[in-house]
Design a binder for this molecule. Structure first.
Ligand code: ADP
Ligand code: MG
Length: 233
């Protein structure tokens, strides 16, 4: 990869996305670019297309037109197997509902993405690195071999963050990851996440409808400002 493609982690051009069965597009975005290392906050009311946009960036949704470039790769040029591989290798994803496997231990949950990506299991001692990451996210050693269901919601969310960060994927995407945390825990969670994202020199796309979290990020984007879909109706 050359320097220009490295400096821009995301580049969307004239992208349009319409859900199957819909008459009009949910997203129509002229241009969006995100630089390497940026911490971007994406806001907008429920239903405005935030999750749909994240689906485009991970290659789960495919734009009907336009260019979706992630880490220098045009996702529309990849077949579905290549997109799955690309996602597993390069993107750490934190879900709103965490999506942890309840009966696996904390460490086992964190190691899951490495099963799908050779690139992410290249770290010498993966389990050691999982434990280290969990410690940095303030989870005590005695929690790490427990089934994840025995942890509090706030602790589970930090496990989900560690799972996204394991193996140092260059892009971390979080879709409303704090909505089940109370307010005090939200800011604390984001601070821990930002510290780890910085240490890994990764880029963070963080979606939330809670505007009070906005000041913690480098840049904030209201999806409605760049989405012209409504004007196309
Ligand atoms: P947000 O994440 O901002 O709340 P979404 O991206 O989930 O918004 O949804 C944007 C629009 O796309 C909504 O009108 C929603 O109904 C529609 N949508 C989302 N997911 C699907 C789907 N799987 N099939 C059809 N329409 C969908
Ligand atoms: Mg959503």
């Amino acid at each position: 990869m050359d320097n220009t493609s490295l400096s821009k982690v995301i580049e969307l051009k004239q992208v349009s996305y319409t859900w199957a069965g819909n008459h009009s597009p949910t997203l129509a975005i002229e241009h969006l670019s995100v630089h390497r290392g940026e911490h971007l906050f994406i806001k907008g009311p429920s239903g405005c297309g935030k999750s749909t946009l994240l689906g485009l960036l991970t290659g789960i949704n495919q734009a009907q037109s336009g260019i979706v470039e992630v880490l220098g790769k045009d996702l529309n040029q990849l077949n579905s197997r290549q997109r799955d591989r690309f996602r597993a290798d390069n993107i750490g994803y934190i879900f709103q509902q965490f999506n942890l496997l309840p009966y696996l231990t904390v460490v086992e949950n964190v190691l899951l993405p490495c099963q799908f990506s050779r690139q992410r299991r290249e770290t010498a001692d993966l389990e050691q690195s999982a434990r280290q990451l969990l410690r940095k996210l303030h989870l005590n050693d005695q929690l790490l071999d427990k089934p994840v269901v025995e942890l509090s919601i706030g602790q589970q969310q930090r496990v989900a963050a560690a799972r996204a960060l394991i193996g140092n994927p260059p892009l971390i995407i979080a879709d409303e990851p704090t909505s089940s945390l109370d307010h005090e825990n939200r800011a604390a969670f984001i601070q821990l996440l930002l510290d780890q994202v910085n240490q890994a020199n990764a880029t963070l796309m963080f979606v939330s409808h809670d505007p009070t979290l906005e000041p913690l990020f480098d840049r904030s984007l209201d999806l409605r400002q760049i989405n012209q879909a409504e004007t196309l109706l």
